[in-house]
Design a protein. Structure first.
Length: 433
């Protein structure tokens, strides 16, 4: 029996809505599981997606096509929220002291990851330089969703927790900026990015993006400082989306423009929170507006996180080869993390004592899943399309294995810490003179 096309569309829409609703409910349960049992929601949601898709085929192929179509839109929203949320929380005054070390570690995570992973793609897999750099940039994140709550629960020094919090927040931003600069560059060169040929293009991306973000951020602060009405604060997220679209249309780095805009506006809000009487609505109204913006940021992040973790599970190709490759890359990623941690802990005994903890807290997560989901829908034309599936499946396995390895290392370190409390001797303490 043939169905009218309207009924087919309605049936597909109902299936997609049912799946989306189920994903959000399961995302909430996964979040509760993490809070209570410390099981990262990324692991459960990705495995659930793999079960629903390539393993049991519960989600039919037409619905998978719909999800593929939604991925770029959800991905753009996710990038805006991640970069905006990180930017507005970046108090430039906090970069003094341990905050500066956290920012350095964030940049080191991304840059050293590219430095370690890109040669693997270039020399071992014989990829082009541009694709190899893109792969390294994709993996240059340590997920704040795991790092921050675990660090807070370990009972370690506040200085170490503050460093890890700022590190994981800024790290997502540096990862996204590096990824999009590499992606934009190779999109213009067909994947044959060279060091000299791409330098001018990358420089223009950065310069124009920074100028657009800086100009729009300064203009919006000028408006906010004179109007000071609650409705204008709620417009900020909408303006961020406009900055993203306009900077992309201008051929610049959209995420860098958002970052600069968010840092300028965020530090203006920091100033107001420290001088609340300057806000015409009064301190209580100011606190209400800033809290509502933070709540909106948190809820959108939850929805995007739940969608993308399940989404990449739905599209992954289960393979022993990809699993072994992901495990190897996950172990290799400990090297750049350890090097960065060693560098920022020099001269700080409190940080030196926690080098193992800081190195162990390196799992990849939300940003990697979002960028992988965008990538599989971006590199759709030869010769770039041949790399998309390999990178996508590798990213899935790296998120999974890096999270499991991080959990195992933290468990070992936690037992060591309890033993230190029992005997009163820490082998990482400097010996008495």
């Amino acid at each position: 029996m043939a169905f009218p096309i309207s009924e087919v569309v309605a049936l597909s829409t109902n299936n997609v809505l049912l799946t989306l609703g189920g994903i959000l409910l399961l995302g909430g349960l996964a979040e509760l599981g993490f809070e209570r049992y410390k099981i990262p929601e990324s692991v459960g949601l990705m495995l659930l997606g793999m079960l629903l898709g390539p393993v049991a085929h519960v989600v039919p192929a037409p619905d998978l096509s719909v999800f593929r179509g939604l991925a770029p839109v959800f991905g753009a929203i996710a990038l805006v929220v991640i970069v905006f949320g990180g930017g507005i929380r970046l108090d430039l005054a906090s970069l003094r002291g341990v905050g500066g070390r956290g920012a350095i570690l964030a940049l080191a995570d991304t840059c050293l990851t590219i430095f370690v992973i890109a040669p693997v793609g270039y020399f071992l897999l014989h990829w082009s330089l541009g694709i190899s750099v893109l792969f390294g940039a994709l993996l240059g994140e340590t997920t704040a969703a795991v790092v921050i709550p675990v660090a807070q629960d370990l009972g370690i020094e506040k200085s170490t927790v503050d460093l890890l919090t700022l590190n994981s927040t800024l790290n997502s931003i540096s990862c996204i900026v590096a990824f999009y600069i590499a992606l934009d560059a190779i999109s213009q060169t067909g994947g044959s990015l060279s060091l000299l040929g791409g330098a001018g293009y990358v420089g223009r991306l950065i310069l124009v993006g920074a100028l657009i973000g800086g100009a729009s951020g300064a203009a919006w602060v000028f408006v906010l400082d004179r109007v000071r009405r609650a409705s204008f604060y709620r417009m900020t997220l909408g303006l961020v989306v406009l900055v993203y679209a306009l900077s992309g249309a201008a051929g610049s780095s959209s995420v860098l423009a958002i970052l600069v805009f968010s840092v300028i506006v965020g530090n203006y809000w920091v100033h107001l929170s420290e001088h609340p009487l300057e806000y015409s609505g009064g301190p209580d109204e100011l606190d209400k507006q800033l809290t509502s913006i933070a709540f909106l940021d948190k809820e959108i992040t939850f929805m995007v996180k739940s969608f993308f973790y399940v989404f990449i599970g739905l599209l992954v190709t289960p393979s022993v080869t990809f699993a072994l490759w992901g495990l190897g890359i996950s172990l290799l990623l400990l090297l750049p993390r350890a090097a960065g941690v060693f560098a920022v802990s020099v001269g700080r005994p409190d940080l030196k004592r926690r080098r193992v903890v800081m190195t162990s807290l390196y799992p990849r997560g939300l940003t990697v899943s979002v960028l992988a989901g965008i990538l599989v829908n971006t590199l759709v034309s030869p010769p770039l399309s041949v790399y998309a599936g390999y990178i996508f499946n590798s990213a899935f396995m790296v998120i999974l294995f890096s999270t499991l390895i991080s959990g195992a290392l933290i468990a070992v370190e936690h037992r060591r810490s309890r033993e230190i409390l029992r005997v009163g001797i820490d082998p990482f303490d400097d010996p008495a003179p």
